[in-house]
Design a protein around this ligand. Structure first.
Ligand code: GCO
Ligand code: MG
Length: 405
């Protein structure tokens, strides 16, 4: 079944998304997500100029071979741009295979390990009270797990918060230049345990709580934070340090039993190899798009299972509903699924542009049974929403030093 055409769309229905459409000679359509937040157009160029011409006429069923062809065959391996491009193609090919077979993708992976997907949402706030009010609203909506992020007192524009201009970093859609936020590690380390203490005192020990450090600490600072958070029993502490040096996690591990999660910026299984095989982490968060698609994520999940590591794919709103659908199929299949980050597709335009098979109820996401991924993209409607260059903020210490995000 030959690939007849591949189209690449970039649109901004609420925020920028890059979407790939593969059409086979018999008219079957597969959809893939190629969105790389803040670097969207690099992936568009990579796809159009370097991938699409090589795939026309190839057999759409040869998913493994096409993946290897794009990965090994390019000589230049890895990297977020390359892997998001390969990821989108791979996701679209799985969509096609499922449609041709008349089966949802999770059936092709090995069938269901569960009937619903446990998710965590985000509670962000300007102060502890504000954050806890937002936590309460999510508990009322049935969430069983919530990530808490809170602005630091006396600190300007700290990440993860709404701020006066409602400049919540997750929701950016039109920042033509990167805004700059200030960071102070001492204030942060002294403050975060207070947030979790207050949350546990008010809402008890049953609700699962999580926190994302966005790699802003050194290993020994992160070890201290993990230790101080132990009484509040987090489900996981995410990205405590950058992971280019994977042994940083060994240092944290030696000091604390707080479970650790990492991987949203990883793009190959090799980025996770030492972390997983040495049992320095508990959850691996590689996303289907950024990790090169369903093909490598299936391998990653199986590899992680050998070491008691669970998958908890990245689920920020900058991944399109196509990536979320691909991850839902993986999550339904993998025995070692942990939890899925899910903040909803609350925006009406977004839900009209991407028709997806996911619905939320009472702390879980449900995946509708449809052949393939079960997603559809309205390219005509999407064409009304033009791409707007937009960036994540950058972070500096109070003296101006550029810091990890
Ligand atoms: C998360 C991520 C996001 C990222 C964003 C970058 O855990 O959801 O850390 O907050 O910052 O996806 O594009
Ligand atoms: Mg994160």
């Amino acid at each position: 079944m030959k690939i007849a055409d591949i189209k690449v769309f970039v649109a901004c229905p609420a925020r920028n998304f890059v979407t790939v459409k593969i059409i086979t000679e018999d008219g079957t359509i597969g959809w893939g997500d190629a969105t790389l937040n803040g670097r969207e157009m690099a992936v568009v160029a990579y796809l159009k100029e370097h991938i699409v011409p090589c795939l026309i006429g190839k057999d759409a069923h040869q998913i493994e071979d096409i993946w290897q062809y794009l990965y090994k065959g390019a000589y230049w391996r890895r990297g977020p741009v390359t892997m998001a491009a390969i990821g989108a193609i791979d996701i679209a090919l799985w969509d096609i295979k499922g449609k041709v077979a008349g089966l949802p993708v999770y059936q092709l992976l090995g069938g269901k390990s569960r009937s619903k997907i446990k998710v965590y949402a985000h509670a962000n706030g300007e102060s502890i009270d504000d954050t806890l009010n937002n936590l309460e609203k999510l508990i009322e909506q049935g969430f069983k797990a919530v990530r808490l992020q809170c602005a630091l007192p006396n600190s300007k524009g700290t990440y993860g918060t709404l701020g006066k201009k409602k400049d919540y970093y997750e929701l950016q859609s039109n920042r033509p230049l990167p805004p700059e936020h200030a960071w102070n590690t001492t204030k942060y380390l002294n403050f975060i345990p207070k947030l979790f203490k207050a949350a546990r005192e008010k809402y008890g020990m049953e609700i699962e709580l999580l926190h994302d450090v966005h790699s802003r600490l050194t290993p020994i600072e992160a070890a201290r934070l993990g230790k101080e958070l132990e009484p509040y029993q987090l489900l996981f502490l995410e990205d405590p340090v950058t992971a280019e040096n994977q042994a940083g996690y060994e240092c944290i591990r030696q000091h604390t039993t707080t479970p650790l999660a990492v991987g949203e910026v990883f793009n190959t299984i090799w980025d996770s190899m030492d972390l997983i095989s040495r049992q320095w982490i508990d959850y691996i968060r590689v996303a289907a798009t950024h990790g090169g698609g369903i093909t490598p994520l299936r391998k990653l999940a199986d590899f992680a299972a050998l070491y008691h590591v669970r998958i908890a794919p990245h689920g920020a709103p900058d991944l399109s509903p196509i990536c979320h659908a691909a991850q839902a199929h993986l999550n339904i299949w993998a025995n070692n699924f942990g939890i899925q980050e899910f903040v909803g597709f609350g925006n009406e335009t977004l839900n009209q542009v991407f028709k997806h098979p996911l619905s939320y109820k009472d702390g879980y996401v449900f995946l509708e049974d449809k052949p393939g991924l079960g997603v559809d993209y309205d390219e005509i409607l999407a064409s009304n929403y033009k791409y707007k260059r937009s960036y994540l903020p950058v972070t500096r210490l109070e003296d101006g030093t550029l810091w990890d995000w």
